[in-house]
Design a protein around this ligand. Structure first.
Ligand SMILES: [Zn+2]
Length: 166
């Protein structure tokens, strides 16, 4: 299993210096680590899960798991076995979203079935900023905060984005 923390740490109560640095700098949370460890434990029983790549886990009103390309089905599990176990353990709905070729494609996966109203590109001295517009009426159906949204898109695609409800 490929995750934001290394396999040694998935299997241990302590974090190595590289993984601890990610936690200390805020790129990882304790909660994300707990969810990753739970998945790692499951992967000893569910073989397909051990081949999966997990890019990020976001703990919000739902647990959002960003999967590597082609890995969503592995993380969902046969007949939803993995997500059902996760939902039971963490007492929240689970959503698995797959990475895509570019951030615009990824947005569709991330927000589905909520439509993106439009993307405006603003040119600033620091570079392009893409303003991703979503209807105010859909606000409660979007499971990431504005800050987390900007952070994950920057980390995954190196694009600057802002989420706007209108
Ligand atoms: Zn580690």
């Amino acid at each position: 299993m490929k995750t934001p923390i290394c396999e040694v740490c998935l299997n241990s109560d302590l974090l190595c210096s590289a993984c601890k640095e990610k936690l200390d700098s805020g790129r990882l949370s304790d909660n994300e680590i707990n969810i990753l460890k739970f998945l790692f434990k499951l992967s000893s029983k569910i073989r397909t899960l051990s081949d999966a790549k997990i890019i990020k886990v976001i703990n919000s009103d739902v647990v959002l798991i960003i999967a590597g390309r082609g890995d969503a089905a592995r993380i969902v599990g046969k007949a939803g076995s993995v997500v059902k176990a996760l939902a039971k353990e963490f007492n929240k709905p689970i959503r698995v979203v797959e990475e895509a070729d570019n951030f615009k494609e990824f947005l569709k996966n991330l927000f589905s079935p909520v439509p993106v109203v439009g993307i405006n590109t603003v040119y600033t001295p620091e570079g392009e900023v893409h303003k991703v517009r979503i209807s105010q009426a859909d606000r409660n159906r979007v499971h990431v905060s504005k800050d987390i949204f900007s952070e994950i898109i920057t980390n995954m695609y190196d694009n600057k984005v802002e989420l706007a409800f209108e």
